[in-house]
Write a protein that binds this ligand. Sequence first.
Ligand code: 4AD
Ligand code: MG
Length: 461
Amino acid sequence: MKVKDLLAKAPGEEVLAKGWVRTKRGNKEIAFIALNDGSTINNIQIVVDKTSTDAELLAKVTTGACIAVRGNLVESIGSGQAVEIQAKEIEILGECDPVRYPLQKKDTTFEYLRTVAHMRPRTNTFGAVLRLRSQMAFAIHEYFHSKGFVYLHTPLITAADAEGAGNMFQVTTLDLLNIPKDKKGGIDYSKDFFGKRTSLTVSGQLEGELGATALGEIYTFGPTFRAENSNTPRHLAEFWMIEPEMAFYDIKNNMALAEDFIKSLVRYALENCYDDLKFLNDRYDNELIERLKGVVNTEFKILTYTEGIEILEKAVADGHKFEYPVSWGVDLQSEHERYLVEQHFGRPVILTDYPKDIKAFYMKQNEDGKTVRAMDVLFPKIGEIIGGSEREADYGKLDARIDELGMSRRTLEWYLDTRRFGSCPHSGFGLGFERLLLFITGMQNIRDVIPFPRTPKNAEF
Ligand code: 4AD
Ligand code: MG
């Protein structure tokens, strides 16, 4: 039986538990083993009568060892747990050399644990984080399915640069020591695997729009790749993104969905993952649960980018120091976003109508000729957690913007077909899954909410 189920079971029966030893302590007569199998943050206590147990076998019950225990589930007299197992039979499934075991008792730093990321799921903290990650993925699917959205699988290998930012990982089978050349001396991609230049996707959105303009409401949920050299606690080179895309939604409908979606996910975590949240709250961040409840119960503040800039400029005039300068037209840094959320409004913020020059080509152009119908959702501790927009549905305007930006139309003809044939108003957004998890777990570094982080110069395991 799983430890989680054992802990909820009434005492009185013989049970079999399997798991990894967290600790062993005791005295001359009795040993107490804390056993965990990953099903819950909580351990089950195993009580061993030393007088009737082989000492050599018990010596092998060390931290990290894998054991199976058969015994009676009894009411526990010790505090901290309702039941415990009175061991009758212990089997060592896998020994664990206590000297070489990478997870030692002394409080290990997150930096160190990243170097042993293959073992860190055995710690309480990463067990909690990974269970939460799994639960949130489930909650996301449940949310969209309950609303009738279609889960669309968009390709990971693509020939288009959705965000137009150019920070893509190239995918090739060409021999890098012997690259075929075309007549002009450039690389002959017709010899490459796909017969053209391809990359790992930075977003499933463009294909998502194909889905939305046929199926109505879709979402994607998959890995996304960005070769940006950003060594920050909020950037990964490989991260997961959820991208809903909806026909007939304007930016207001889009914002309402984003707010409802994220609140539902936080509520789901509070209702279904309380043990893990409580552990993280008590261990690292005493305001975590309050912060989560706060988000569920507050209305997000909606304002324009221009209004946001005015607030930030006023803060600077009043003596607030930012590392990066602010003025109309700049891309906001996380310090600016967090100032608006944490200092100024004290609640999540949705910023709209950004300058078109700092946003992607597909966003719906406003009448002022300067701004686009973008919406970024900004969160405490994180900054940008969601980026989205209403899409430019007008073929002529979109076409002109593609030209203006000097983008290659050849790789976008299929996308333009959505506007050529039965174009419709539509909107969507992207939620960074790991940014959501940073918020929900209270972890400080995005490398600690994904099992195997990929960042510049780091692709271990
Ligand atoms: O704002 P972004 O770049 O928007 C898009 O990709 C759109 N195509 C989304 C859409 O409208 N369908 O990225 C969306 C979100 C960000 O708000 C952030 O949460 C996350 O993805 N994100 C990253 N997360 C971790 N590491 C990175 N390098 C990230 N880049 C973006
Ligand atoms: Mg963005």
